[in-house]
Design a protein around this ligand. Structure first.
Ligand code: UTP
Length: 266
């Protein structure tokens, strides 16, 4: 029987350079879609999925995140400091002691997904079926391939693939497919050993994609081809699109937004 998953990690210690200058004073995950910080969407998805213990990986500068959640009683939040922004793999590695040899989830607030059933909940169900790590996958256009983690995989069923290998930011001509890794993961705890063995890449960062590749090589990793509306809010245009999308879902507000956009074209 696979171990039940109770713990989740939200990495939030990145530098957020694509949002400079605002990230000189505000953490990237505190930037809002309409009036709600992206980190709160992430936390809500975890709560809806039944997870009650969450570690947020922060830098020493991210004091606004602690202030924001101060007094929140919905979930137990632990803050774990990543001393220097040495990559997502390194951020996850900081939680090794807190995770304590259990399977766990990782959710990146940059990847906002609107769907009826929370994506991470479906991935926990897939983990229970296979007792293996699970990563979220999305078919992306050629122009996005050199910026993302890309997988080679074979299909198990309509929504599940088994991963053969993954590569971080491949050149388009070397990419094994157009299926990209999106920021939702369920990891078996042996992922920490693979992260520890991963060498820093060209940018001096420990990439989680390399550790997942080793895990797929030595055991098994599954991919969930999620449905739902996905936004990469890690860049200003993506964050704006998410706000536009949410406004268009609101019957009262959508009229005004559409009117405004039409008025710009005239
Ligand atoms: P990104 O790759 O988007 O990096 O991180 P970033 O630093 O946040 O943003 P840019 O590229 O400089 O604009 C993906 C996720 O991993 C976390 C980030 O906070 C984000 O949630 N992360 C990244 C860390 O926690 N630590 C790191 O060292 C790097």
């Amino acid at each position: 029987m696979p171990t039940t998953i109770k713990k989740a990690v939200i990495p939030a210690a990145g530098l957020g350079t694509r949002f400079l200058p605002v990230t000189k004073a505000v953490s990237k995950v505190m930037l809002p879609v309409l009036n709600t910080p992206t980190v709160e969407f992430a936390l809500n998805e975890l709560i809806k999925s039944g997870l009650t213990k969450v570690a947020i990986v922060v830098s020493n500068q991210n004091t606004d995140i602690r202030r924001y959640f101060h007094g929140n009683n919905d979930v137990q939040i632990e803050y774990i400091v990543q001393e220097s922004a040495d990559g997502l793999g390194d951020a996850i590695l900081q939680t090794k002691q807190w995770i304590n040899d259990e399977p766990f989830c990782v959710l990146l607030p940059d990847d906002l997904i609107f769907s009826n059933k929370p994506t991470i909940k479906t991935m926990i169900d897939i983990y229970s079926q296979f007792n293996s790590s699970v990563i979220a996958l999305k078919q992306v256009g050629n122009e996005m391939v050199p910026f993302l983690g890309i997988v080679e995989s074979y299909q198990i069923d309509e929504s599940i693939d088994q991963i053969i290998k993954c590569v971080e930011k491949p050149r388009l001509e070397n990419a094994p497919s157009n299926q990209a890794i999106i920021g939702r993961y369920v990891f078996t705890p042996d992922i920490f050993e693979y992260i520890e063995r991963t060498k820093k890449g060209a940018l001096g960062e420990i990439q989680i994609t390399d550790a997942i590749n080793s895990q797929a090589d030595n055991g098994s990793v599954y991919g969930y081809k999620f449905s739902g509306m996905h936004f990469d809010t890690g860049n200003p245009l993506g964050l704006l699109k998410a706000s536009v999308y949410l406004t268009l879902q609101d019957q009262n507000e959508s009229v005004h937004l559409k009117e405004f956009i039409r008025s710009l074209k005239d």
